[in-house]
Design a protein around this ligand. Sequence first.
Ligand code: G6P
Ligand code: ZN
Length: 542
Amino acid sequence: MITTIATTPIEGQKPGTSGLRKKTRVFRTPGYLENFVQSIWNGIGGLQGKTLVVGGDGRFFNADAVQIIIKMAVAARAAKVIVGQDGLLSTPAASNLIRLRGADGGVILSASHNPGGLDGDFGVKFNTANGGPAPESVTDAIFKATTTITTYQIAESPDIDLSSVGTIHLGDTVVELVDPVSDYAALMEQLFDFNAIRALMAGGFRLRFDAMHAVTGPYAREILVNRLGAPEDCVMNAVPLPDFGGGHPDPNPVWAHELMAVMMADDAPDFGAASDGDGDRNMIVGRGVYVTPSDSLAVIAANAHLAPGYDKGLAGVARSMPTSCALDRVAQACGLDCYATPTGWKFFGNLLDTGRATLCGEESAGTGSDHIREKDGLWAVLMWLNILAHKRCPVADVMAAHWREFGRDYYSRHDYEEVDAAAAQELITDLRARLDALAGQDFGPLTVTQAEDFSYLDPVDGSVTVHQGLQIHFKQGARLVLRLSGTGTAGATLRVYMERYATGPEGLTQDAQSALAPVIAATDALSDLKTRLGREAPDVVT
Ligand code: G6P
Ligand code: ZN
């Protein structure tokens, strides 16, 4: 019942920052998904006798893709395929399941925070046995396999009923359908003080979680409502939909504006949070106050010991290079090692595996720890609830106290989306060529002290990753980073990350965009980006 089908390489199947991400219509062209999945099997030395976890964020084409992957895993003679019921698994739940069940890897179907639907995006990520995104050595091998593929194999069997848990035998393979939530919820109960959070809720604390019609709805209901006693209506947009209700499931103030409106109103709840398409990102909002992902990471680093899973302290911390230096200030005060890695969660894997870092985070709304090998949206929400359950004060007060102690890193990211790819690349290439000459020069009101083309030497495996963003430091305690996104599916997206430090006690309560005005001015003077990109203003400011 196994069919071998002749095929030829399809161009452009190179995994980016987070797996292979393309327009859904591209993924639905006959053979496109099959070619890539076969190349995963080929790139990892075959699937025979191995155990694989499969699930996705429920976006359009998710269930069809799950059926194809199961049939191809059967054809490749996998020993076991563990599949989330209805084909659903959040990215953190998949990471947990890989680790818990000792699987050899997992295929996660998601384009994360990108819109879904027939005209939206789809994606396929491969995670390795540690539960984390495949490192570049593996994605390179997979990509190489896509360029030489000649056949793929698929089992000719009827579709599996994905709707109920249980075990099915297909050829040499056992297909096990599991509840996508329960193991993950059990892990959260181990890490956090659920009693303290329950008591907080019982005391009238009001919370709002926006699942953005993406995968976290069922997870949030089980954990926040069933296990922690929050009222049912605290989860908004709780039902996962194939097109995310037409929304853009990216938890930032721009796309989660519905939640932002609730949190900025006079009668706002005490705490608001949102997660993205596949449940690995988070946004934290207090009543009337948005917490940047970089600040959230720093606050968590300073307070993680309040949660039972972290009461022995942190081994070390890590952030992606463009993430603000707020984390470094906490690390320095607490005597912790602090690593700066390229953008992409996969770069944290070795630090977590070898116990060098316990806590990691990125400006792109990702925070997580060594409990799994992915960033984890609900984990961050529960960590905040655990902290608030102990501090018993508003989020705004937590932030004010944090800034008084460590100073404040004003931070913002300006995104220029779907710009002309050649113009964006040229901007980066030209600036890269000028970096060495920048030190000492003035741009707008700022003076450059140091400029570099960021590269990373992994302290564990010695691998070097180059060209990970242009980083420019200024004398006035400011920093600018320019890099091209690795997750887009159309044109190019230029990300401009800006940061400026205020030591306090004065000047800790400015508006971020005003506080960053000198860096914005310096960026224009330095890169001429408006002219080069033909854009007056960024598309998204977070
Ligand atoms: C994904 C990755 C993150 C990364 C983010 C931004 O969410 O998992 O690790 O920070 O994409 O990537 P980009 O290349 O678009 O800036
Ligand atoms: Zn995501």
